[in-house]
Design a protein around this ligand. Sequence first.
Ligand SMILES: Cc1ncc(COP(=O)(O)O)c(C=O)c1O
Length: 393
Amino acid sequence: MSEQHPGLLDRPIYLDYNATTPIDPQVFAAMTPYLTVDFGNPSSSHVFGRSAHGAMDQARSAVAALIGAAASEIVFTGSGSEADALAIRGAVLGARAAGTDHPHVVTQVTEHPAVLAACRDLELLRDVAVTYLPVDGSGRVDPGAVESAITPDTVLVSIMHANNETGTTQAIADIAAVTRAHGILLHTDAAQSVGKITVDVDDLGVDLLTVVGHKMYAPKGVAALYVRTGVHLLPIVGGGGQEHGLRAGTENVAYAVGLGRAADLAGQALVDGTTARLAALRDLLEQQLRERLPGRVHLHGHPTERLPNTLNLGIDDVSALALLADLPEVAASAGSACHAGHDDPSPVLTAMGLPRQEALSAVRLSLGRWSTSREVDDAADAISTAVLRSPRT
Ligand SMILES: Cc1ncc(COP(=O)(O)O)c(C=O)c1O
């Protein structure tokens, strides 16, 4: 692990790596030349352009290597939301252009809003239908339910790899066996899993996969879509033909370079055992909270099929929003949100069958590259002290 990140020094303990990660200083260092001296347009044929083009090629290869893809299968985008939209809208409109008159999509209810919004937008178009599958109590989709939802018009299944709130992972390889047998495209939003666990597009059997920079120590505002060779998408932004004609706009070279460097570092961290290190810290945090708050702590999400860094805990008789507001020592998330003075429970947890009150008591704690066992001890202390001093709801 690198030494402490400057953005985390003398600040609250950061336990919200699933929301966003700090930029790794090595990523920033790799980007800097492309924000200062190496300013060329990758489409230019002179030396400035060739340097930028070479940097894009290298970044594309690095992202591809992290997920077992070919460089020619990586499309850089401006966000994870955009990559999800390109996958979903691009596949459906591509299928319609190729002659499917009533394209149908299968997705599931705990997807990130970016996927759900892309699906809802398509439903506004005439002749496009979407099925939203339910999840079980641990947040998983039954691959058999995917198979049952398929109709002769189904062109795309989009099921996330890992959930951002609970860390629950989906049985993507099993779902891929279904989609392949039916000749249907499979997209997975792997924003949260890439870099935390090994992700390989061939092992998963996916055709489209979303990678997001700011979940893996690159800046916000850069992401990538893996598009398997031979898959036909329509672009959502047309123009100069950049990114294999799938995403027009002069390339954000510095940010692509940042994502490439982040992919190199993530690959190295996986080799160095980051998955086991994070899982050990996460389990220590859970154990310490259970010891300090006996009988009051419940795990949300799958006990084993889960990201190594994510701990979504319900704490009996607590409002997570009130708790976090009374906990300046720790930066974490509640899945719930406060809208116009009243609290809305997390749609992910309610889809898993949790009653409103229980969903409102859930805190999401997510660890990352600079998390330490010392931080875990201090956070468990601070959280339990705040719980014990707050009035029971
Ligand atoms: C699972 C998942 N998908 C997509 C996104 C969207 O990424 P971006 O913020 O880059 O649009 C996020 C980020 O919160 C996410 O967690």
